[in-house]
Write a protein that binds this ligand. Structure first.
Ligand SMILES: [Zn+2]
Length: 325
């Protein structure tokens, strides 16, 4: 009995610790860990039938696309936030959730999946579907909780795609695209063509140094190339970032690709010049150009993530270093 409750306490302590750490890593909002509740979710209307549900944790941004048959959600926040999302949706629509699209495998984006009815169809990129069964640790970050019970629990994707998938028709059409490795190895880009809007997941979370999660298939060298392919899309003018507090633009996406491209080049040049990862970490700074565009400064990053930005820069430099011959 004592042994049992002790295990429970340890497990809860571990999960909470992991939540705090990964939340701090993945988010740019950086609020303290919240108790799940509908009241803590903010609803922003992007279009008449497209909303962003912000907050929750710190969690990823959830999009809600209202169609005649029901609601398609993009991402479901941290574990425990699925039911609050359902409750909050009642303020917007009486329609049921029919579909969940997950942008990638991180648990601040897929954590609420198991709390939705089994009738809800879950869709993801094929690599993400495979990774969700494992919930591997995040590169440079902590372990992820086993949201899907080793790949046997509810809420896993049953429908997957490789390069593209179309859901719905006419004004309710949704396009899922894969442009290559970036934040993870299964980043889906979710386009609402009639609304000229796109959810970018954490491939473009917000204007901050990204996590390059090589352990979940992410790539530093491929990251800017992947963003350039996404930025070449036309007929889109509004972006919902994985963690951004406001909507973003295609110009922001292009700039973000250049921001990461510049970092990749810096790391590769250092390696070729016989320098070390320490040299990169000690000398790299967010360029003036990007600071002017509202990029998160090291000081702001430290406040949000409760760790120096150099820790993420080091993790990213190590990924790019190992990818560079
Ligand atoms: Zn992520």
């Amino acid at each position: 009995m004592v042994e049992k409750s002790r295990t429970l306490v340890l497990t809860r302590g571990f999960v909470l610790g992991a939540l705090l750490a990964v939340g701090a890593l993945l988010t740019a909002v950086g609020a303290a860990q919240q108790t799940p509740s509908a009241a803590s979710i903010q609803v922003d209307k992007v279009r008449d039938n497209l909303y962003v549900l912000r907050g929750g944790g710190p969690s990823g941004n959830t999009a809600a696309f209202i169609t005649a048959k029901g609601v398609t959600l993009v991402d479901t926040k941290l574990p425990g936030w699925g039911r609050p999302i359902l409750e909050k949706l009642k303020e917007i629509t009486e329609k049921p959730v029919t579909t969940i699209i997950n942008t990638h495998t991180h648990f601040d984006h897929v954590g609420g999946n198991p709390e939705f009815p089994a009738t809800v169809e879950v869709v993801a990129h094929e690599n993400t579907a495979a990774l969700m069964k494992e919930m591997r640790p995040v590169t440079g970050g902590p372990a992820q909780p086993d949201v899907f019970k080793g790949g046997t629990g509810p809420g896993l994707p049953k429908r997957t795609f490789k390069d593209r998938l179309t859901l719905g028709t006419g004004p309710e059409r949704i396009e899922l695209r894969y442009f290559g490795r970036a934040h993870t190895g299964g980043d889906a880009w979710i386009i609402f063509p009639a609304l000229r809007a796109m959810h970018t997941g954490d491939a473009f979370g917000t204007k901050i140094v990204p996590i390059i999660d090589a352990n979940n298939g992410g790539s530093g060298v491929e990251y800017p190339k992947t963003l350039a392919r996404a930025a070449a899309l036309t007929n889109i003018d509004t972006l919902i970032g994985g963690h951004s507090a406001t909507t973003l633009t295609m110009a922001d996406l292009k700039t973000y690709g250049e921001f990461i491209g510049e970092f990749v080049q810096t790391v590769q040049a250092a390696k070729k010049a016989g320098k070390t990862i320490d040299d990169v970490v000690n000398t790299w700074k967010v360029s003036e150009r990007f600071l002017k565009e509202g990029y998160v400064t090291p000081e702001a990053y430290e406040k949000l993530a409760r760790q120096p930005m150099s820790a993420r820069v080091r993790a990213n430099a190590e990924v790019i270093w190992s990818e560079t011959k």
